[in-house]
Design a protein around this ligand. Structure first.
Ligand SMILES: [Zn+2]
Length: 423
């Protein structure tokens, strides 16, 4: 017997090249078959997904989930059940001093899967900025040994390189981050914003497989020129640097993005979801996906950019990002709304998306995630008037989703047992 069959949806699983109407069968937390017309009588439970999209649980390679301990952190469980994101990569919220706490107090209790990029600064993102201003916190040796203690939890290194974060230290924090990444043999993700350092100083230090996040941000101002992508960006592209969107509060400019697309750059799509961007303009990963649909990406390509591609980029090989039989049954189900939908970049420029994805169910290891209410926005996050309106609207929607009642009282206990079973 199977535990569950999700029937009749349009199944897009880019890792296996699949885009077809099919059923997905689940047993003991794993996908066991993806085929048209599976026999529903063989399943304890069936879900009708006709006219819906069924994908692997989405993988968001740039998020900030160290809630309760850092400036930007937000609880992934409050977003996952209504966005389809089942694997969350925390992008540098914790450094050597905090990585144990991120794992023990966020990743292990979470219903979703959490991995981390270790900040080269021991301070991580406890504060809004400035973590690279005092170089004594950028001790490569202690960061490397803390990374080694975390096993597969740490999938890479993170450094924010912009004028507020590095202060007087120029390119030195980036040099240390490169040294750390090479010593633990993991990719380095570098955030760029307002320089100095300039893009032409930063990008030459990145190697094949390293990740440039906020790749379509208007902030650096020197990613592209009026004549196309900058020389530094062209060389990074040719070196094999991976580009990541990292939408966040301020990192999508359609003009920059379209210049990069016409130069053959195909970014991975991530939300940079944090305590502020969750209120817009990123909102959630499906919203960010719709912005790439608005610049003529296919549905298959946007799903690939939020499933198999981030897993490949970060070496995540636990079965996340695919529905291939034998892998964990992390599954997202969406309504596809066809029409013409206005989507915005951070400057307020508009594009038209031909469809919108609305997540209707999200499964981790075969278990549907129940609604989880949002925590209040921390007092240090200043929302714009528009974001406050959105917050009220979201709270009302979440309350509606909670009706007729909250999740089963022992859900969290079951979730913890589920995680223990998997180890
Ligand atoms: Zn970020």
């Amino acid at each position: 017997m199977w535990d569950l069959v999700i029937r009749g949806g349009r199944v897009i699983d880019p890792a296996s090249g699949r885009d077809e109407i099919a059923d997905v069968a689940v047993r003991e937390g794993r996908v066991v078959a993806v085929e048209p017309n599976l026999d529903p009588a063989r399943a304890t439970d069936t879900v009708d997904a006709r006219h819906k999209l069924v994908t692997p649980g989405l993988v968001d390679m740039h998020t900030h989930v160290w809630h309760g301990a850092s400036f930007w952190g937000t609880d992934p469980d409050t977003h996952a059940w209504r966005s389809g994101v089942t694997t969350w990569v925390d992008a540098g919220s914790a450094g050597a001093y905090g990585i144990e706490a991120l794992r023990a107090h966020v990743a292990e209790p979470a219903r979703v899967r959490v991995r981390a990029l270790l900040n080269v600064s021991g301070l991580g993102l406890v504060a809004e900025s400035g973590e690279h201003r005092a170089l004594e916190h950028l001790d490569v040796g202690s960061a490397a040994s803390m990374a080694a203690r975390q096993g597969e939890f740490v999938v890479g290194v993170k450094a924010r390189i912009d004028r507020h974060t590095v202060g007087e230290n120029g390119i030195e924090p980036l040099r240390r981050a490169v040294t750390l990444a090479r010593s633990i043999e993991r990719p380095l993700m570098v955030h760029v914003a307002y320089g100095p350092p300039a893009i032409s100083e930063i990008l030459p230090l990145l190697g094949e497989g390293d990740v440039l996040t906020h790749c379509a941000s208007p902030a650096p101002g020197d990613l592209v020129t009026p004549n196309g992508i900058s020389d530094a960006l062209r060389r990074a592209r040719d070196t094999g640097v991976v580009f990541d969107l990292g939408h966040g509060s301020g990192a999508l400019d359609f003009d920059v993005l379209e210049t990069e697309l016409s130069a053959g750059i195909r970014p991975i799509i991530s939300s940079d979801l944090h305590a502020r961007s969750a209120h817009g303009p990123a909102f959630d990963l499906p919203t960010v996906l719709s912005k790439l649909l608005a610049v003529d990406w296919s549905l298959f390509d946007v799903i690939a950019a939020a499933t198999v591609r981030p897993c490949d980029a970060l070496g995540i090989d636990d079965g996340s990002g695919t529905l291939q039989p034998g892998t964990a049954a992390d599954i997202a189900v969406f309504d596809i709304e066809h029409g013409t939908f206005e989507v915005f970049d951070v400057n307020g420029s508009v594009r038209q998306a031909p469809m919108r994805l609305r997540n209707t169910a999200t499964y981790v290891a075969g278990r549907q995630l129940p609604p989880v209410a949002d925590a209040p926005t921390p007092p240090w996050i200043a929302l714009t008037p528009e974001q406050r309106v959105t917050e009220q609207h979201q709270l009302a929607e979440i309350r509606a989703a909670h009706a007729p009642g909250p999740s089963h009282p022992d859900d969290s206990g079951r979730s913890r047992r589920r995680q223990e079973d998997e180890r």
